[in-house]
Design a protein. Structure first.
Length: 103
């Protein structure tokens, strides 16, 4: 599984306060969201969220990872934006006679 996607899922879980709400917002199944959360916890080497029947609360490790995750997802979004931005066409100036010979 992709770590950037796992980070985006984790961020959405934290923002919305539930795995089910994150799943709906992301268009994923709840088991898939759970797998991404598990991947984040394995990656961090710690439990990130205390789960109860009423709500989710972040552990101290979860708070630290949340700060890092925001930066990671921001950078990933910036990179994706750069990739989607059209590159300007190169222009070369030359005398009309030369350009007719080259075309």
């Amino acid at each position: 599984m992709d770590r950037v996607i796992a980070a985006q899922v984790y961020l959405r879980i934290c923002e919305l306060g539930s795995l089910s709400a994150a799943a709906r917002a992301l268009g994923m199944s709840r088991p898939m969201v759970s797998r991404y959360l598990e991947q984040m916890e394995n990656w961090a080497g710690a439990r990130l969220i205390h789960r109860s029947t009423r709500r989710l609360t972040l552990t101290p490790a979860g708070e630290k990872v949340l700060l890092k995750t925001r930066g990671l997802t921001r950078i990933a979004d910036e990179i994706a934006g750069e990739r989607q931005r059209p590159t300007p066409a190169a222009r070369c100036a030359s005398p009309a006679r030369t350009s007719r010979q080259c075309s």
